[in-house]
Write a protein that binds this ligand. Structure first.
Ligand SMILES: Nc1ncnc2c1ncn2[C@@H]1O[C@H](COP(=O)(O)OP(=O)(O)O)[C@@H](O)[C@H]1O
Ligand SMILES: O=C(OP(=O)(O)O)[C@H](O)COP(=O)(O)O
Length: 393
């Protein structure tokens, strides 16, 4: 158990709060503010208890230099509206001006630093940068679960110099995901989709040891279909991962875990809105076609499994859901997860987008703000940004 901000007196103290405001933006506008809203319980509590908040986040992957396209200025403005109070934005990551401002802060005041990745020291966990941030504050709080798999100056380096606590979002993510790993309600059904099988091998392998049923969809299911000897035509699949997929299929069989693959798919020559679609059995994928979504029979099978689950974990879309004709499988899974009486945990940007897009967010027990971080946590890895936080006495 990690110590949280509940365990510490924050009154009149300067608190360096690492948040994950790496939100999607289009032409300077925030298109989804879930991650910002998810940090509000922590921020509001700290403000109400008279702390002075110095917030830090990254946005995108600028290469260690200031790049206006990745400025957190729009985030500061949006946060100020959500908190209904001013958010100071000096436009700098560190330096004397920031230090001066921090010294003069009053209880309840909020300061947001500029994108920490504008500084080359952030991603290489530069000790001097970490020290300079630690000098700004008396306490460190992390609510940046989505970035906890990165050992950077703002997620690890600075925390090593200060008493370090979990915020409410961090605490909730750790608590829910730990419970999923340690003592899952059964039947435990996991749904894994998306494109990059290589990124998800680890989590699939680890889940096979824990779940009762594993449902696979999306591009990565094609590699499993190929491993089972099906001809996947022109579909996206990873030939060099076929052996790994075969090994996982064998592992599932020997453990008695039900590993379900699509039985039918929606195919087209290309993932384009007006491409001619065809629903085919997986044994009849035309050589020039791509499998771009799971088919209706597969949806029915997967829905049945989900409806009888007691715990559901979902990560990754069932097809190219950004292109409407190939979105039905993903939305059908989203509805089944919402309709099920199981406790449900959904993570990953695309799955969350499908849940939000279908207006189902309120019917999911836990929407994880992490993508890569959630997967690594579920693989059983110790995340550096979690390890650095104090254990509860
Ligand atoms: N059958 C498929 N063929 C090609 N691409 C697919 C297929 N199914 C899903 N995808 C693509 O996978 C992408 C998401 O993959 P990935 O990054 O692995 O998942 P996540 O974003 O959940 O981590 C989406 O952009 C989607 O279009
Ligand atoms: O959005 C994030 O990761 P995610 O896309 O895996 O959820 C985090 O903010 C981490 O960002 P990074 O992968 O650039 O280190």
């Amino acid at each position: 158990m990690k110590a949280t901000i509940r365990d510490v007196d924050v009154t009149h103290r300067r608190v360096f709060v690492r948040v994950d405001y790496n939100v999607p933006m289009k032409e300077g506008q925030i298109t989804d503010d879930t991650r910002i809203r998810a940090s509000l319980p922590t921020l509001e509590d700290l403000i109400q208890r008279g702390a002075k908040l110095i917030l830090a986040s990254h946005l995108g992957r600028p290469k260690g230099t200031a790049d206006p396209a990745y400025s957190l200025a729009p985030v500061a403005a949006h946060l100020s509206r959500l908190l209904r109070r001013p958010v100071a934005f000096p436009g700098q990551v560190a330096g004397p001006e920031v230090a001066d401002f921090a010294q003069r802060m009053q209880p309840g005041e909020v300061l947001l630093l500029e994108n920490v990745r504008f500084h080359p020291g952030e991603t290489r966990n530069d000790p001097e940068l970490a020290r300079s941030w630690a000098d700004l504050a008396e306490l460190y709080v992390s609510d940046a679960f989505g970035t906890a798999h990165r050992a950077h100056a703002s997620t690890v380096g600075v925390a090593e110099h200060l008493p370090a606590y979990a915020g409410y979002l961090m605490d909730k993510e750790i608590t829910v995901l730990s419970r999923v790993l340690a003592a899952p309600e059964r039947p435990f059904v996991a749904v894994i989709g998306g494109a990059k099988i290589k990124d998800k091998i680890g989590v699939i392998e680890s889940l096979l040891k824990k779940v009762d049923v594993l449902l696979l969809g999306g591009g990565l299911a094609n590699t499993f279909l190929a491993a089972k000897g099906f001809d996947v035509g022109a579909s996206l699949y990873e030939p060099e991962q076929v052996d790994v997929a075969r090994r996982l299929v064998e592992q599932a069989e020997s453990r008695g875990t039900h590993l379900l693959l699509p039985v039918d798919v929606v195919t087209a020559p290309a993932p384009e809105p007006d491409a001619p679609r065809e629903i085919v059995d997986i044994s009849a994928i035309p050589g020039s076609s791509q499998a771009l979504d799971i088919g209706p029979k597969t949806v029915e099978h997967y829905r049945r499994e989900l409806m009888s689950a007691r715990l559901i974990l979902w990560n990754g879309p069932m097809g190219v859901f950004e292109v409407p004709p190939f979105a039905e499988g993903t939305y059908a899974v989203a509805r089944a997860v919402a309709d099920s009486e199981a406790e449900s945990v959904v993570g990953g940007g695309d799955s969350l987008a499908a849940i939000e897009g279908a207006g189902l967010a309120r019917r999911i027990s836990h929407l994880s703000t992490g993508g890569g971080a959630t997967l690594e946590f579920l693989e059983g890895k110790i995340l550096p940004g979690v390890a650095v936080l104090q254990d509860r006495a």
